[in-house]
Ligand binder design. Structure first.
Ligand code: FAD
Length: 284
């Protein structure tokens, strides 16, 4: 009997000038693939407007499509009052799963100093009622961390304070994940760790992603980019195949879960899901 591996998706809200309806079809198609949850990102900045949009989309996932939503919540540019308001809104809309984040530092969004780290947000959320808290982790070490050991110590703090599930930053070399998982185990971090998988289906996307998160690119991956980068159809097929290959290997090595960064692309998510459903033990 196959072991069922957790399987979740990430989506992002439409641009501020686009109607919420612009993502409805995408959400319907992704929901039809029956992931264990769908997480909705939160565009930091602009007061609590980002929270309202994340909240509205998370509520739709739950009520219209019967999918468990997880709302992302970055804290660094918000005051305690603002975070209290967003959490109250989440709770009022039946959203109880929160991915607690620090958020990226940006000169456009000055830090408000109420929260310096995600661990402080986790502490705070626990004072605000019954929430199930998730947190982010970085197999290749967070770019601002003083050292890998320091980063792991702070990850342990997030778990000790109440994060009961972790989602990794994207990575393209599974060995970095296995090494990280071993290090977590040695550090006493025993909550499920979902591997964040980003199907790279065009060259523009990877340039942006790598400059943002600094993921290392294995030779097998760069060969694909060089060979197929200028051929959209070939690049899409190769990107899907690469993600499937990563997932098969992770499942074979007992990963707790796969978190697919869908980039709001249901076609890509569907092809990957069809390819890995049996492997993840998800066929009924
Ligand atoms: P933290 O856990 O606070 O860590 C940030 C840095 O501070 C690390 O280097 C850590 O080692 C260090 N640190 C932590 N605690 C301490 C301490 N006590 N003393 C000294 N140093 C410390 N951003 C958004 O704006 N919106 C989103 O929706 C969003 N979704 C994301 C989803 C995932 C799965 C991931 C991986 C990231 C997401 N991000 C999002 C980006 C995230 O906000 C950034 O990566 C951010 O730079 C770090 O967030 P964190 O919660 O991991 O921070």
């Amino acid at each position: 009997m196959a072991h069922k591996t957790f399987y979740s998706f990430e989506v992002f809200p439409p641009k501020p000038d686009a109607p919420v309806e612009s993502v409805s079809r995408c959400f319907a198609q992704l929901s039809a693939l029956r992931p264990d949850f769908i997480s909705v990102t939160y565009g930091a900045g602009g007061g609590t407007a980002g929270g309202k949009l994340t909240c509205e989309l998370a509520q739709r996932l739950k009520e219209e499509y019967g999918i468990r939503p997880v709302a992302h919540l970055p804290c660094i540019s918000y005051t305690k009052e603002e975070i209290t308001e967003v959490l109250a809104d989440f709770r009022a809309h039946g959203i109880t799963d929160i991915l607690a984040l620090r958020g990226d530092k940006s000169p456009d969004r000055p830090a408000k100093n109420d929260f310096r780290y995600a661990s402080e947000l986790i502490d705070f959320i626990r004072t605000q009622g019954e929430f199930h808290i998730l947190a982010a982790c970085y197999p290749e070490v967070h770019p601002e961390a003083r050292s890998a050991e320091d980063d792991l110590r702070h990850l342990r703090e997030k778990v000790d304070k109440g994060a009961s599930r972790l989602i990794t930053q994207l990575f393209f070399d599974n060995m970095t994940f296995y090494t990280f998982r071993e290090r977590c185990d040695k550090a006493g971090i025993r909550v499920p760790i979902e591997a964040g998988i980003m199907p790279v289906v065009n060259v523009r996307q990877i340039q942006r992603m790598v400059s943002l998160c600094g993921a290392s690119l294995p030779r097998k991956f760069t060969a694909i980019m060089q060979r197929f980068g200028q051929d959209p159809e070939a690049m899409r097929d190769a990107g899907i195949a690469y993600a499937v290959d990563q997932i098969v290997d992770l499942a074979a090595n007992g990963v707790d879960g796969i978190h697919l960064y869908t980039m709001n692309d249901p076609y890509v998510a569907q092809r990957i899901t069809e390819a890995v459903s049996g492997i993840l033990g998800r066929r009924s």
